[in-house]
Design a binder for this molecule. Structure first.
Ligand code: GLN
Length: 447
């Protein structure tokens, strides 16, 4: 704990943590000494973790990177977090992120941007940017992030660490501040597959507080990391051919595919059906869900309240106007628009139908393949400020990651070399629904 506290201190300029629980973490570490002496320590004894600022820890600040939750404290602990604590993980602090997990660069935070530790002029990715940088710079063993369209995998790729998005319904969302409830997944960011597997198996599984979690048994992922045999791998042809993808990322991806071919795996180029519909579908459905989820932040129940209000309506309006950031407002407006009476069928209903089709096509794909491999991102980490004026350009950063959330499948981002400037490149492995066991074993074999 002292080591990590020092690391957090010496890396303050990266702005990865918004709050550090130094005294509590030290106390927990001391209490652990006794447990270790009496051999009653849990499976995660000694693991020091950080939490993205969307995960509840009872009695601690929780703001989702937003001014609207200023001074708010979590009244209970998220199930996923509690399960780690029950196994003696030590929480060292909460981590910076894009406001309400909306973003790809961590530039939408009321706490200011996070800097990539590999090059301080670059973004760390988002929305779990602080969580990825904290692991990258060794400020904790592991972080918990949330992934609605890539927010664990994309920052992991930009920072050269591992990020896992489990299947939808594998990990309880109880205590996670909702962005888009039918997409949101809690996932670990780590330096090793072993750590990711262990954390996932402890977090996963049925929970009385979240009816969308599956009752399915949780395999002991961490003891099943031996990959055997040949895999049937599909890869997205465009990802290694299109000039929209950076040359170095294409080369690194090709190199990995060639290695796999040479090692006897079946490696086949595939077209992703409906690929052009993925981002629009994602942004229509997630903004719709977000506009509904964020309606509760009205100045009455949580955090910030405008001091300029003159009556009830002006309190709602002024509170939301003053305390939500630009990107959150944009998404609330978009979501309200696609849910409005005159446009509901044209946008929301249509997007739901496309979601179903993408799911069917993805299931069909996994009848003939074990994994879908692609880059995680079309470019490596970009310069801070480069895309802030152009939200559409920013949304394109998610092209490879959103499919897993649209369909609910698990996907992992693992480091796959660096570009000419030393910026990390990631590779993504997507597996069948609830195929975490083989996905992690294969990722272990790859890394
Ligand atoms: N970058 C994506 C977005 O802005 C993904 C966010 C996420 O996964 N929370 O919506």
């Amino acid at each position: 704990v002292d080591h990590y506290l020092q690391k957090i201190e010496s890396n303050k300029h990266l702005n990865a943590f918004v709050e550090v629980y130094a005294d509590e973490a030290k106390k927990a570490a001391l209490a652990l000494d006794e447990k270790i002496a009496t051999q009653t320590a849990g499976k995660l004894a000694g693991l020091v973790i950080g939490l993205k600022d969307v995960l509840s820890l009872k009695g601690h600040g929780l703001q989702a990177g937003s001014k609207i939750l200023q001074d708010y404290k979590a009244p209970f602990t998220a199930t996923a977090v509690q399960r780690l604590i029950d196994e003696d993980a030590i929480v060292i602090g909460r981590q910076n992120c894009d406001e309400f997990a909306m973003g790809s660069s961590n530039e939408n935070s009321s706490f200011g941007p996070v800097l990539n530790a590999a090059d301080n002029t670059k973004v760390p990715g988002g929305s779990s940017g602080g969580s990825a940088v904290a692991v990258q710079a060794g400020m904790c063993h592991a972080s918990l992030g949330s992934d609605t369209g890539g927010s664990v995998r994309q920052p992991a790729a930009f920072c050269g660490v591992i990020g896992v998005k489990p299947s939808y319904g594998r990990v309880s969302r109880y205590g996670l501040i909702a962005y888009a409830s039918s997409f949101d997944c809690i996932g670990p960011i780590t330096k090793s597959i072993e750590d990711a597997a262990l954390i996932l198996e402890i977090m996963a599984g049925a929970d009385d507080f979240d009816s969308t979690v599956s009752e399915k048994r949780v395999p002991s992922y961490s003891s099943l990391l031996m990959w055997k045999g040949n895999a049937r791998i599909g890869y997205i042809r465009e990802a290694v051919e299109s000039t929209a993808i950076s040359l170095e990322i294409r080369q690194q991806t090709l190199e990995m595919l060639n290695r796999l071919r040479a090692e006897g795996h079946e490696v086949t180029p595939v077209e992703i059906p409906l690929v052009d519909a993925l981002l629009p579908t994602y942004y229509i459905l997630t903004t719709a869900e977000a506009s509904s989820n964020l309606s509760r932040f009205d100045g009455v129940r949580y955090g910030y309240r405008s001091s300029e209000a003159t009556d009830l309506e002006s309190m709602y309006k002024k509170t939301r106007t003053e305390a939500f950031g630009e990107e959150v407002k944009r998404r609330i407006l978009l979501g309200t628009f696609v849910l409005s009476a005159n446009y509901y069928d044209a946008y929301y209903t249509k997007a739901q139908r496309v979601r179903r089709l993408v799911r069917e096509e993805t299931d069909k794909f996994f009848e003939s393949f074990d994994f879908l491999i692609s880059p995680v991102t079309p470019t490596t980490a970009f310069t801070i400020g480069e895309k802030t004026e152009d939200p559409l350009q920013m949304y394109l950063a998610d092209i490879f990651t959103v499919q897993a959330n649209v369909v609910g499948n698990p996907a992992i981002s693992i480091p796959n070399g660096v570009d000419d400037n030393g910026m990390p490149i990631g590779i993504q492995v997507m597996a069948p629904y609830f195929g975490e066991e083989k996905m992690l074993a294969f990722a272990h074999y790859l890394s």
